[in-house]
Design a protein around this ligand. Structure first.
Ligand SMILES: Cc1ncc(COP(=O)(O)O)c(C=O)c1O
Length: 391
Protein backbone atom coordinates (compact mmCIF):
# COMPACT_ATOMS: atom_id res chain seq x y z
CA UNK A 1 0.00 0.00 0.00
CA UNK A 2 1.17 3.56 -0.65
CA UNK A 3 2.32 6.26 1.69
CA UNK A 4 -1.14 7.53 2.59
CA UNK A 5 -1.19 7.91 6.40
CA UNK A 6 -4.54 6.15 6.56
CA UNK A 7 -3.01 3.05 4.98
CA UNK A 8 -0.73 2.64 7.98
CA UNK A 9 -1.77 -0.27 10.18
CA UNK A 10 -1.47 0.72 13.84
CA UNK A 11 -1.41 -2.15 16.31
CA UNK A 12 -4.11 -1.31 18.86
CA UNK A 13 -3.97 -4.61 20.73
CA UNK A 14 -3.06 -4.37 24.41
CA UNK A 15 -4.06 -0.72 24.63
CA UNK A 16 -7.28 -1.54 26.56
CA UNK A 17 -9.30 -0.43 23.55
CA UNK A 18 -12.84 -1.74 23.34
CA UNK A 19 -12.75 -2.52 19.64
CA UNK A 20 -9.72 -4.85 19.61
CA UNK A 21 -9.16 -5.84 23.22
CA UNK A 22 -12.87 -6.21 23.97
CA UNK A 23 -13.65 -8.76 21.25
CA UNK A 24 -12.90 -11.79 23.38
CA UNK A 25 -15.44 -10.80 25.99
CA UNK A 26 -18.11 -9.71 23.53
CA UNK A 27 -17.69 -12.20 20.68
CA UNK A 28 -16.13 -15.12 22.54
CA UNK A 29 -12.98 -15.34 20.45
CA UNK A 30 -9.88 -13.31 19.92
CA UNK A 31 -8.88 -14.06 16.36
CA UNK A 32 -11.46 -11.92 14.65
CA UNK A 33 -11.07 -8.72 12.67
CA UNK A 34 -12.95 -6.17 14.75
CA UNK A 35 -15.26 -4.01 12.65
CA UNK A 36 -17.86 -3.20 15.26
CA UNK A 37 -17.45 -0.35 17.81
CA UNK A 38 -17.55 2.96 15.94
CA UNK A 39 -14.07 4.32 16.36
CA UNK A 40 -11.38 4.27 13.72
CA UNK A 41 -8.03 2.49 13.63
CA UNK A 42 -6.23 5.63 12.41
CA UNK A 43 -3.91 7.87 14.37
CA UNK A 44 -5.60 11.17 15.06
CA UNK A 45 -4.17 14.36 13.47
CA UNK A 46 -0.57 14.99 14.48
CA UNK A 47 -1.57 18.48 15.70
CA UNK A 48 -3.70 16.74 18.31
CA UNK A 49 -0.91 14.41 19.42
CA UNK A 50 1.35 17.47 19.71
CA UNK A 51 -1.16 19.48 21.76
CA UNK A 52 -1.77 16.58 24.17
CA UNK A 53 1.95 15.82 24.49
CA UNK A 54 2.80 19.44 25.22
CA UNK A 55 0.09 19.64 27.85
CA UNK A 56 1.31 16.35 29.38
CA UNK A 57 4.84 17.66 29.61
CA UNK A 58 3.70 20.47 31.85
CA UNK A 59 3.19 17.82 34.50
CA UNK A 60 0.62 19.64 36.65
CA UNK A 61 -2.92 18.45 36.08
CA UNK A 62 -5.05 20.30 38.58
CA UNK A 63 -8.66 21.39 38.14
CA UNK A 64 -9.34 23.13 34.87
CA UNK A 65 -12.21 25.17 33.49
CA UNK A 66 -13.17 25.21 29.83
CA UNK A 67 -11.42 28.26 28.39
CA UNK A 68 -13.22 30.73 26.13
CA UNK A 69 -10.58 29.76 23.54
CA UNK A 70 -12.11 26.29 23.29
CA UNK A 71 -15.60 27.65 22.71
CA UNK A 72 -14.22 30.05 20.12
CA UNK A 73 -12.65 27.10 18.28
CA UNK A 74 -16.01 25.27 18.38
CA UNK A 75 -17.90 28.30 17.09
CA UNK A 76 -15.39 28.91 14.27
CA UNK A 77 -15.44 25.25 13.27
CA UNK A 78 -19.22 25.00 12.88
CA UNK A 79 -19.38 28.36 11.11
CA UNK A 80 -16.72 27.30 8.59
CA UNK A 81 -17.77 23.67 8.10
CA UNK A 82 -21.55 23.78 8.46
CA UNK A 83 -22.48 27.44 8.03
CA UNK A 84 -23.95 27.47 11.53
CA UNK A 85 -23.61 30.58 13.70
CA UNK A 86 -23.45 29.40 17.31
CA UNK A 87 -23.59 31.88 20.18
CA UNK A 88 -20.91 30.78 22.72
CA UNK A 89 -23.49 31.36 25.45
CA UNK A 90 -25.42 28.36 24.09
CA UNK A 91 -22.55 25.93 24.71
CA UNK A 92 -22.18 23.37 27.46
CA UNK A 93 -19.68 20.51 27.63
CA UNK A 94 -20.38 16.89 28.37
CA UNK A 95 -18.09 13.86 28.56
CA UNK A 96 -19.86 12.30 25.60
CA UNK A 97 -22.80 12.72 23.27
CA UNK A 98 -24.77 9.88 24.88
CA UNK A 99 -24.42 11.46 28.34
CA UNK A 100 -25.64 14.69 26.72
CA UNK A 101 -28.71 12.98 25.25
CA UNK A 102 -29.41 11.50 28.66
CA UNK A 103 -29.19 14.87 30.43
CA UNK A 104 -31.55 16.39 27.89
CA UNK A 105 -34.06 13.55 28.24
CA UNK A 106 -33.96 13.80 32.03
CA UNK A 107 -34.21 17.58 32.10
CA UNK A 108 -36.76 18.14 29.34
CA UNK A 109 -39.14 15.20 29.65
CA UNK A 110 -41.04 13.58 32.51
CA UNK A 111 -40.97 9.95 33.64
CA UNK A 112 -43.08 7.71 31.40
CA UNK A 113 -43.42 10.42 28.79
CA UNK A 114 -43.31 9.24 25.19
CA UNK A 115 -40.20 10.03 23.16
CA UNK A 116 -39.82 9.26 19.45
CA UNK A 117 -36.86 7.49 17.85
CA UNK A 118 -36.34 6.32 14.27
CA UNK A 119 -35.03 2.76 14.10
CA UNK A 120 -32.98 1.05 12.95
CA UNK A 121 -30.93 3.35 15.12
CA UNK A 122 -27.85 3.52 17.35
CA UNK A 123 -28.70 1.17 20.27
CA UNK A 124 -28.18 3.69 23.13
CA UNK A 125 -31.20 5.63 21.81
CA UNK A 126 -33.35 2.78 23.18
CA UNK A 127 -31.26 2.42 26.33
CA UNK A 128 -31.25 6.10 27.28
CA UNK A 129 -35.05 6.14 27.22
CA UNK A 130 -35.71 2.73 28.72
CA UNK A 131 -33.17 3.02 31.55
CA UNK A 132 -34.66 6.37 32.49
CA UNK A 133 -38.28 5.29 32.53
CA UNK A 134 -39.36 7.07 29.35
CA UNK A 135 -41.61 5.39 26.80
CA UNK A 136 -40.03 4.58 23.46
CA UNK A 137 -42.21 5.41 20.48
CA UNK A 138 -40.84 4.02 17.25
CA UNK A 139 -41.17 5.79 13.92
CA UNK A 140 -39.18 3.34 11.78
CA UNK A 141 -37.38 4.60 8.71
CA UNK A 142 -38.65 3.32 5.40
CA UNK A 143 -36.28 1.60 3.01
CA UNK A 144 -36.68 1.62 -0.72
CA UNK A 145 -33.90 0.05 -2.80
CA UNK A 146 -31.31 0.58 -0.09
CA UNK A 147 -32.20 4.23 0.57
CA UNK A 148 -33.84 5.06 3.85
CA UNK A 149 -36.26 7.92 4.34
CA UNK A 150 -38.43 9.18 7.17
CA UNK A 151 -42.07 8.14 7.38
CA UNK A 152 -43.54 11.63 7.83
CA UNK A 153 -47.17 10.53 7.64
CA UNK A 154 -46.68 8.18 10.58
CA UNK A 155 -44.56 10.74 12.41
CA UNK A 156 -47.36 13.29 12.16
CA UNK A 157 -49.81 10.74 13.61
CA UNK A 158 -47.43 10.15 16.48
CA UNK A 159 -46.89 13.86 17.12
CA UNK A 160 -50.63 14.43 16.99
CA UNK A 161 -51.18 11.72 19.59
CA UNK A 162 -48.92 13.67 21.97
CA UNK A 163 -45.18 13.42 22.49
CA UNK A 164 -42.87 15.89 24.17
CA UNK A 165 -39.62 15.03 22.45
CA UNK A 166 -37.79 13.18 19.71
CA UNK A 167 -34.24 11.81 19.63
CA UNK A 168 -33.07 12.63 16.12
CA UNK A 169 -29.97 11.04 14.60
CA UNK A 170 -28.48 13.31 11.93
CA UNK A 171 -26.57 12.04 10.00
CA UNK A 172 -28.09 8.68 10.72
CA UNK A 173 -26.25 5.72 12.22
CA UNK A 174 -26.47 3.00 10.94
CA UNK A 175 -28.19 3.76 7.62
CA UNK A 176 -25.67 6.41 6.52
CA UNK A 177 -28.23 9.01 5.50
CA UNK A 178 -27.34 12.70 5.51
CA UNK A 179 -30.76 14.31 5.67
CA UNK A 180 -31.50 16.81 2.90
CA UNK A 181 -32.81 20.31 3.46
CA UNK A 182 -36.21 19.24 2.10
CA UNK A 183 -36.42 16.40 4.62
CA UNK A 184 -35.30 18.61 7.49
CA UNK A 185 -37.80 21.30 6.49
CA UNK A 186 -40.61 18.74 6.58
CA UNK A 187 -39.55 17.57 10.01
CA UNK A 188 -39.23 21.18 11.18
CA UNK A 189 -42.76 21.99 10.03
CA UNK A 190 -44.14 19.10 12.11
CA UNK A 191 -42.01 20.02 15.11
CA UNK A 192 -43.38 23.56 15.10
CA UNK A 193 -46.94 22.48 14.41
CA UNK A 194 -47.01 20.09 17.39
CA UNK A 195 -44.55 21.85 19.71
CA UNK A 196 -42.09 18.95 19.96
CA UNK A 197 -38.55 19.31 21.35
CA UNK A 198 -35.86 17.77 19.16
CA UNK A 199 -32.82 16.33 20.88
CA UNK A 200 -30.47 16.14 17.90
CA UNK A 201 -27.50 13.79 17.92
CA UNK A 202 -25.18 15.29 15.30
CA UNK A 203 -22.04 13.42 16.32
CA UNK A 204 -21.53 12.27 12.70
CA UNK A 205 -22.05 15.70 11.18
CA UNK A 206 -18.44 16.23 10.11
CA UNK A 207 -18.21 12.81 8.49
CA UNK A 208 -20.16 13.54 5.34
CA UNK A 209 -18.91 12.57 1.91
CA UNK A 210 -18.46 15.02 -0.94
CA UNK A 211 -21.81 15.32 -2.68
CA UNK A 212 -23.84 15.39 0.53
CA UNK A 213 -24.10 18.31 2.94
CA UNK A 214 -25.00 18.22 6.61
CA UNK A 215 -27.39 20.94 7.70
CA UNK A 216 -27.60 21.34 11.49
CA UNK A 217 -31.27 20.99 12.41
CA UNK A 218 -31.09 23.97 14.78
CA UNK A 219 -29.71 26.17 12.00
CA UNK A 220 -32.91 25.93 9.93
CA UNK A 221 -34.46 28.98 11.61
CA UNK A 222 -34.35 30.88 14.91
CA UNK A 223 -37.75 29.38 15.71
CA UNK A 224 -36.51 25.82 15.19
CA UNK A 225 -33.39 26.59 17.25
CA UNK A 226 -35.72 27.27 20.20
CA UNK A 227 -37.09 23.72 19.84
CA UNK A 228 -33.73 22.00 19.46
CA UNK A 229 -30.96 20.82 21.73
CA UNK A 230 -27.95 19.59 19.72
CA UNK A 231 -25.04 17.40 20.74
CA UNK A 232 -21.92 17.04 18.63
CA UNK A 233 -18.26 16.38 19.29
CA UNK A 234 -14.75 16.13 17.90
CA UNK A 235 -14.70 12.47 19.01
CA UNK A 236 -15.80 10.64 15.86
CA UNK A 237 -14.47 13.33 13.55
CA UNK A 238 -10.88 13.19 14.78
CA UNK A 239 -10.89 9.73 16.39
CA UNK A 240 -10.51 10.98 19.95
CA UNK A 241 -13.51 9.32 21.63
CA UNK A 242 -11.32 8.16 24.53
CA UNK A 243 -10.68 11.78 25.51
CA UNK A 244 -14.32 12.37 26.42
CA UNK A 245 -15.09 15.82 25.14
CA UNK A 246 -18.44 16.74 23.56
CA UNK A 247 -20.53 19.84 23.01
CA UNK A 248 -24.12 20.59 23.88
CA UNK A 249 -25.64 23.51 21.95
CA UNK A 250 -28.77 24.86 23.61
CA UNK A 251 -30.19 28.09 22.16
CA UNK A 252 -33.36 28.00 24.28
CA UNK A 253 -32.67 29.71 27.63
CA UNK A 254 -35.23 27.66 29.53
CA UNK A 255 -33.85 24.38 28.14
CA UNK A 256 -30.36 25.54 29.11
CA UNK A 257 -31.41 26.40 32.64
CA UNK A 258 -33.12 23.06 33.12
CA UNK A 259 -30.16 21.07 31.80
CA UNK A 260 -27.63 23.10 33.81
CA UNK A 261 -29.75 22.70 36.96
CA UNK A 262 -29.75 18.93 36.41
CA UNK A 263 -25.97 18.89 35.99
CA UNK A 264 -25.64 20.83 39.22
CA UNK A 265 -27.96 18.42 41.04
CA UNK A 266 -25.89 15.49 39.80
CA UNK A 267 -22.59 17.34 40.47
CA UNK A 268 -21.52 16.79 36.89
CA UNK A 269 -19.27 19.43 35.48
CA UNK A 270 -15.74 20.27 34.60
CA UNK A 271 -13.78 19.15 31.60
CA UNK A 272 -10.78 16.90 31.13
CA UNK A 273 -7.51 18.68 30.51
CA UNK A 274 -6.50 16.44 27.62
CA UNK A 275 -9.93 16.50 26.01
CA UNK A 276 -9.86 20.27 25.91
CA UNK A 277 -6.29 20.40 24.56
CA UNK A 278 -7.10 17.80 21.91
CA UNK A 279 -10.46 19.23 20.93
CA UNK A 280 -9.17 22.77 20.57
CA UNK A 281 -6.20 21.69 18.44
CA UNK A 282 -8.42 19.51 16.28
CA UNK A 283 -11.00 22.22 15.66
CA UNK A 284 -8.35 24.83 14.97
CA UNK A 285 -5.94 22.83 12.85
CA UNK A 286 -7.58 19.55 11.88
CA UNK A 287 -9.55 20.56 8.76
CA UNK A 288 -7.00 19.36 6.25
CA UNK A 289 -6.63 16.00 7.98
CA UNK A 290 -10.40 15.59 8.00
CA UNK A 291 -10.71 16.41 4.30
CA UNK A 292 -8.15 13.69 3.46
CA UNK A 293 -9.90 11.27 5.80
CA UNK A 294 -13.22 11.81 4.04
CA UNK A 295 -11.69 11.01 0.67
CA UNK A 296 -10.18 7.83 2.14
CA UNK A 297 -13.41 6.74 3.83
CA UNK A 298 -15.46 7.32 0.72
CA UNK A 299 -12.98 5.22 -1.24
CA UNK A 300 -13.26 2.49 1.44
CA UNK A 301 -17.03 2.57 1.03
CA UNK A 302 -16.75 2.33 -2.77
CA UNK A 303 -14.30 -0.53 -2.43
CA UNK A 304 -16.64 -2.52 -0.18
CA UNK A 305 -19.65 -1.87 -2.42
CA UNK A 306 -17.70 -2.98 -5.49
CA UNK A 307 -16.12 -6.06 -3.89
CA UNK A 308 -19.26 -7.23 -2.13
CA UNK A 309 -21.07 -6.85 -5.45
CA UNK A 310 -18.58 -9.36 -6.84
CA UNK A 311 -18.23 -11.86 -3.97
CA UNK A 312 -21.59 -11.59 -2.25
CA UNK A 313 -24.19 -9.92 -4.44
CA UNK A 314 -26.86 -11.26 -2.06
CA UNK A 315 -25.68 -8.69 0.50
CA UNK A 316 -27.15 -5.26 -0.23
CA UNK A 317 -25.62 -2.07 1.13
CA UNK A 318 -27.52 1.09 1.99
CA UNK A 319 -26.08 3.99 -0.02
CA UNK A 320 -23.66 5.68 2.37
CA UNK A 321 -23.71 9.49 2.27
CA UNK A 322 -21.56 9.83 5.34
CA UNK A 323 -20.33 8.14 8.57
CA UNK A 324 -17.80 5.30 8.58
CA UNK A 325 -20.30 2.51 9.05
CA UNK A 326 -22.05 0.50 6.36
CA UNK A 327 -25.43 -1.10 6.85
CA UNK A 328 -25.39 -4.52 5.25
CA UNK A 329 -28.68 -6.16 4.36
CA UNK A 330 -27.90 -9.87 4.70
CA UNK A 331 -31.46 -11.14 4.55
CA UNK A 332 -30.89 -12.92 1.26
CA UNK A 333 -27.82 -14.83 2.40
CA UNK A 334 -29.99 -17.75 3.40
CA UNK A 335 -28.65 -17.78 6.97
CA UNK A 336 -31.21 -17.64 9.80
CA UNK A 337 -31.12 -14.14 11.28
CA UNK A 338 -30.26 -15.43 14.77
CA UNK A 339 -27.18 -17.16 13.38
CA UNK A 340 -25.95 -14.35 11.16
CA UNK A 341 -23.59 -12.66 13.58
CA UNK A 342 -22.15 -16.04 14.63
CA UNK A 343 -21.59 -16.87 10.97
CA UNK A 344 -19.51 -13.73 10.48
CA UNK A 345 -17.61 -14.28 13.73
CA UNK A 346 -17.08 -18.04 13.74
CA UNK A 347 -16.95 -18.81 10.02
CA UNK A 348 -15.51 -15.62 8.52
CA UNK A 349 -13.53 -14.32 11.51
CA UNK A 350 -15.05 -10.83 11.34
CA UNK A 351 -16.78 -9.02 14.18
CA UNK A 352 -19.57 -6.78 12.90
CA UNK A 353 -22.25 -5.12 15.01
CA UNK A 354 -25.38 -7.27 15.19
CA UNK A 355 -28.25 -5.66 13.27
CA UNK A 356 -31.01 -6.48 15.73
CA UNK A 357 -29.28 -4.38 18.42
CA UNK A 358 -30.46 -1.39 16.32
CA UNK A 359 -34.08 -2.44 16.82
CA UNK A 360 -36.37 -5.05 15.27
CA UNK A 361 -35.94 -3.39 11.87
CA UNK A 362 -32.29 -4.46 12.00
CA UNK A 363 -32.98 -8.21 12.01
CA UNK A 364 -31.02 -9.78 9.17
CA UNK A 365 -28.59 -6.85 8.98
CA UNK A 366 -25.01 -6.30 10.12
CA UNK A 367 -23.16 -3.03 10.60
CA UNK A 368 -19.63 -2.88 9.23
CA UNK A 369 -17.13 -0.28 10.46
CA UNK A 370 -14.92 0.86 7.58
CA UNK A 371 -12.80 3.29 9.62
CA UNK A 372 -9.62 1.31 9.09
CA UNK A 373 -6.81 0.84 6.56
CA UNK A 374 -7.98 -0.60 3.26
CA UNK A 375 -5.70 -3.61 3.73
CA UNK A 376 -7.85 -4.69 6.71
CA UNK A 377 -10.97 -4.32 4.63
CA UNK A 378 -9.39 -6.44 1.90
CA UNK A 379 -8.55 -9.05 4.51
CA UNK A 380 -12.10 -9.04 5.83
CA UNK A 381 -13.55 -9.40 2.34
CA UNK A 382 -11.32 -12.31 1.42
CA UNK A 383 -12.22 -14.04 4.71
CA UNK A 384 -15.86 -13.49 3.85
CA UNK A 385 -15.42 -14.82 0.33
CA UNK A 386 -13.91 -18.03 1.73
CA UNK A 387 -16.60 -18.44 4.35
CA UNK A 388 -19.35 -17.96 1.77
CA UNK A 389 -17.80 -20.47 -0.60
CA UNK A 390 -17.96 -23.07 2.21
CA UNK A 391 -21.69 -22.50 2.76
C1 LIG B 1 -25.33 8.35 16.78
C2 LIG B 1 -24.26 8.24 17.82
N1 LIG B 1 -24.31 8.99 18.92
C3 LIG B 1 -23.37 8.94 19.88
C4 LIG B 1 -22.30 8.07 19.76
C5 LIG B 1 -21.26 8.00 20.82
O1 LIG B 1 -21.35 9.03 21.71
P1 LIG B 1 -20.35 9.23 22.90
O2 LIG B 1 -19.31 8.15 22.85
O3 LIG B 1 -19.78 10.58 22.68
O4 LIG B 1 -21.19 9.17 24.12
C6 LIG B 1 -22.21 7.25 18.63
C7 LIG B 1 -21.10 6.29 18.52
O5 LIG B 1 -21.12 5.39 17.73
C8 LIG B 1 -23.20 7.34 17.64
O6 LIG B 1 -23.15 6.59 16.55
Amino acid sequence: MGCCPFDQVVNRRNTDCTKWDGVLEVFGCDEVLPMWVADMDFRCPEVVVKAVTERAQHGVFGYEYCPARFNEAVVNWYRARQGWEIDPAWLIHTPGVVPGLTYAVLALTEPEERVVIQPPVYPPFFRVLQCNGRTVVENPLVEVDGRYTMNFAELEEIFRSGVRAMLFCSPHNPVGRVWTRAELDKLAALVLKYGVTVIADEIWSDLVFPGARHIPFASLSPEIAQHTVTFNAPSKTFNIAGLYVSNGIIPNGEHRERICALLERLSIGGVGIFGVAAGEAAYREGAEWLDSLLVYLQENARFVVQELGRIAPQIKIAQPEGTFVLWLDCRELGIPFEELNRFFVAKAGIAFSEGSSFGAAGRGFQRMNIGCPRSLISEALSRLEQALSAL
